[in-house]
Design a protein around this ligand. Structure first.
Ligand SMILES: Cc1ncc(COP(=O)(O)O)c(C=O)c1O
Length: 460
C-alpha cells in the first residue's frame, strides 16, 4: 500500500473562506446545546464531515492537512481501511463483553505483551479499566499503591495525565486545577529536563549538563530525609512530554530516572498515552533511552482509528492484586480491541515507527531552516512525528508568545492546515499528524506553517 492512497489526493483544497456557512451553522447549534466547556472548536472554529489518512474535510468541502491527528489518536490515519475491515468484521459478531475473553481481546493482549518495551516483553500482563487515558493513569497508580502499600506519587513539571481527580492531581497545569482543589494528597512535582527553559536556569540550556542536574534533584527529593516527601508509590512520567509542549528530554535523563526508581524501590510508570505506539520513531518513547518501565499506560492510538480504549501493561511481578480490585463496565469493548489490534498490525507491516522517524527528521530540518529566518520561532524540537515549535517575543529573553502562536494557528487553519497549541505557556505550536503522512503532505504542511509565520512577522 502507498500512503498516498490513504489521504485525499488534492489536500489542502479550500473552497470557501473559513469557517464556511455550514461550519458556522453547526458551531451555532453546538453553542446552543453543548456546554460552554467545549474548547477545541472555539480555538479552531470548524465542523468536520470526513477524514482520510492524514487529511480531513469540513462540512463545506474544504480539505485540510491534519497535523493535529485528533490530539495524537490517529496514528494509522483517519478511517484506515485495514482497521475498518477489522471493525466491520467484529461489529456484526459481538461488541460488548465485560472482561470475558473474546478473540479481539486475546489478540490485543498477546500483541501488547509481545511488543512491550525492553524487559517487559513477554514478561508482562495487561489490564483494562475505563476507556480513556485518564482511566488508565488512575488504574496504573492504583496498582502501584496496592503493590507498595504507599500513597504518594512523584509526578513531573510539564506533565499531563488527564482530567479525572487522580490524573488531574498528577498533571502540572495550574489552570486545570486551581478551581478544583483539593485533589489527591502527597503528589509532588519534580523537575523535567526541559532544556530550552532549564529549571535550574542554565542560560544556554546545554542538554547534557542540564538534564543531569534535573535528575540529581529528583534523587535528592527521594534521598534527603528532610525533602518533605515520603517515599511515593510511583514515579509517573512521560518519556517525551506531549501537552507540556513536545518536550524531548535527553535520553540520559530518562535512563537516570530508571536508576533512581530502582535505587529507592519506587515503581516507574511511563505514561505512553501520547508518545507511544510509533509516534516518536520507536514503538514506545521510553525505548529511545533503553528504559523499561514497571508499568505503562496506553490509550489514544490504541483504539486504532479513534475508538475509545485504554490499557495498562505491568511487569508480571506487579500483578499482585486480587480479582475485582479494579473493575469497569467498559473493559471489553470488542470492536475497539479489534481496531487496536488491526492498527498495531498495520504499524508493523508498514513500518510506521521508522517512517515517523525519517519523516519527522525531514520536517525538523525544514523547520530549523524556517527558524533561521524567523524572529519568533524560539525553539524547534521533536522526535518522530511529535514536533513542537515554541514561540517567543524575543529569542534572547525567551518571553513566551502565546499571542503569536495563536495567530500562526489561525493563519494555518485558513490556509488548510490544522495544528494545535500546548506547552507551559500555551505558546508551542504542536504537530501530531497521522503517521501515514506522506512526504508531499509533510512538505506542504511545513510550507503553510512557515508562510504563516513569515506573514505574521511581516504584519500582512
Ligand atoms: C500523556 C497523556 N496522558 C493521559 C492523557 C489523558 O487521556 P484522556 O484525555 O483520554 O483522558 C493524555 C491526553 O492528552 C496524555 O497526553
Amino acid at each position: 500500500m502507498r500512503f498516498e492512497e490513504l489521504s485525499y489526493p488534492d489536500a489542502p483544497k479550500m473552497v470557501t473562506p473559513v469557517p464556511g456557512p455550514r461550519s458556522r451553522e453547526a458551531l451555532a447549534l453546538q453553542q446552543r446545546f453543548e456546554s460552554n466547556v467545549v474548547s477545541y472548536s472555539k480555538a479552531i472554529p470548524v465542523a468536520f464531515e470526513e477524514g482520510r489518512g492524514a487529511t480531513i474535510k469540513d462540512l463545506d468541502g474544504n480539505v485540510y492537512i491534519d497535523f493535529f491527528g485528533g490530539a495524537g489518536v490517529l496514528n494509522v490515519g483517519h478511517c484506515n481501511p485495514d482497521v475498518l475491515d477489522a471493525v466491520r468484521a467484529q461489529e456484526t459478531k459481538l461488541i460488548h463483553a465485560l472482561d470475558f475473553p473474546t478473540r479481539p481481546k486475546l489478540d490485543l493482549i498477546q500483541k501488547l505483551v509481545a511488543i512491550a518495551p525492553g524487559g517487559m516483553r513477554d514478561r508482562s500482563k495487561v489490564f483494562f479499566g475505563g476507556p480513556t487515558g485518564s482511566d488508565a493513569v488512575e488504574a496504573a497508580v492504583k496498582l502501584a499503591k496496592f503493590h507498595t502499600k504507599r500513597i504518594g506519587v512523584l509526578a513531573f513539571e510539564g506533565g499531563y495525565h488527564g482530567m479525572t481527580s487522580g490524573a488531574l492531581s498528577f498533571s502540572s497545569g495550574k489552570k486545570f486545577k486551581e478551581n478544583f482543589l483539593p485533589l489527591l494528597p502527597e503528589v509532588h512535582f519534580a523537575p523535567y529536563a526541559y532544556c530550552y527553559r532549564c529549571p535550574f536556569g542554565k542560560a544556554d540550556g546545554s542538554p547534557d549538563d542540564c538534564c543531569m542536574q534535573c535528575a540529581e534533584y529528583v534523587r535528592h527529593m527521594l534521598e534527603d530525609p528532610h525533602s518533605g516527601i515520603v517515599t511515593p508509590a510511583a514515579l509517573l512520567v512521560e518519556a517525551i512530554q506531549g501537552e507540556g509542549g513536545s518536550i524531548v528530554p535527553p535520553d540520559a535523563y530518562v535512563a537516570e530516572l530508571r536508576t533512581i526508581a530502582d535505587d529507592y524501590a519506587v515503581p516507574l510508570i511511563m505514561d505512553e498515552i501520547q508518545a507511544g505506539l510509533g509516534r516518536t520513531g520507536t514503538m514506545f518513547a521510553c525505548e529511545h533511552s533503553g528504559t523499561t518501565p514497571d508499568l505503562m499506560t496506553l490509550s489514544k492510538g490504541l483504539g486504532g482509528i479513534g475508538y475509545p480504549l485504554s490499557a495498562c501493561v505491568c511487569r508480571d511481578e506487579y500483578d499482585t492484586w486480587p480479582p475485582g480490585s479494579h473493575i469497569g463496565t467498559f473493559r471489553g469493548q470488542a470492536v475497539a480491541m479489534a481496531a487496536g489490534h488491526a492498527a498495531i498490525q498495520f504499524m508493523e507491516k508498514h513500518r510506521l515507527p521508522e517512517h515517523a522517524r525519517s519523516l519527522g527528521a525531514r520536517m525538523l530540518k525544514r523547520l530549523e531552516e524556517a527558524q533561521g529566518r524567523s524572529r519568533h520561532m524560539g525553539d524547534v524540537r521533536g522526535r518522530g512525528l511529535m514536533i513542537g515549535i515554541e514561540f517567543v517575543h524575543d529569542k534572547k529573553t525567551k518571553k513566551p508568545a502565546e499571542d503569536i502562536a495563536r495567530d500562526v494557528r489561525r493563519r494555518c487553519y485558513s490556509q488548510g492546515l490544522i495544528v494545535e497549541l500546548g506547552g507551559h505557556y500555551n505558546n508551542v505550536v504542536r504537530f501530531l499528524p497521522p503517521l501515514v503522512l506522506t512526504e508531499e503532505l509533510a512538505d506542504k504542511g511545513v510550507d503553510i506553517f512557515a508562510k504563516a509565520v513569515e506573514e505574521h512577522e511581516a504584519g500582512r
